[in-house]
Design a protein around this ligand. Sequence first.
Ligand code: PLP
Length: 286
Amino acid sequence: ATVYLNGEFMDADQARISPLDRGFLFADGVYEVIPAFNGVLFRLDEHLGRLARSLAELRIADPHDGPGWRRLCEGMVARNGGGHQSLYLQITRGAAPRREHAFPNPPVPPTVFLHSSPLTVPAADQVARTEGVAAITLDDLRWARCDIKSISLLPNLLLRQRAVETGAQEAILLRDGFVTEGAASNVFVVRDGRVCTPPLSHCILGGITRDLIIELCREKSLPVIEAEISEPALHDADEIWISSSTKDVVPVTTLNGRPVGDGRPGDTWKTLARHYIEFKRRLCGL
Ligand code: PLP
């Protein structure tokens, strides 16, 4: 596959990064994952907006403007043959001797890396077939700025690994008795036909898919609120969904080994997933 590194497209085997890169030494960087369907990058402007925000929070100088990023992302997807792809972007603070934790002074150029890999069309496109996924609850042991899409993902990896080792696909995280998000997804619950997701805060990533789900619910008159979800409310939910860019919106049908609702994807999920697919179809011609 072709990748992009610091101004050039090249074969992945040719790409070389310094071992002094602060991404390698400190996880001092940010990333984005953007899906492309039929070669069309889905919600690209929203992803680029979040990337700019993550960079600003880390005070890494943004190496491109909006149109520059757009050209780069579209160029990457085109070079890898269009179709369905997952585009990955990573920007680190750059390479500097490991003398100081503080930022290099004077600053060094950031490292910019893009790559893309084939994406199987996510679960919401298989409404009739999907059976939902299993999740477990775990304590959210991450830091206090989960709103930044930082490459420092060690806690997320450990949490996801725990889930996988129990036969589940995702860990739903609880902080002080309230749901924050999944190890790599946002969380929604449905009770009596009302959709609820935790409000934006420093404790969750503002998911691009989360925003779209809220938008679609409002457009289609499905009641939706952003409010705290307590642990008992999670266990009492008729439906639980998780959302992310590469998986869309997926029903959780067992939680800690017990069925959620009747243990099958719920009616509200089916309605929302239908709208989600229509929206994707309009944008990407799926
Ligand atoms: N929360 C976390 C911790 C994530 O890693 C992700 C994405 O992987 C999400 C939420 C979902 O965000 P998005 O819908 O923008 O992919």
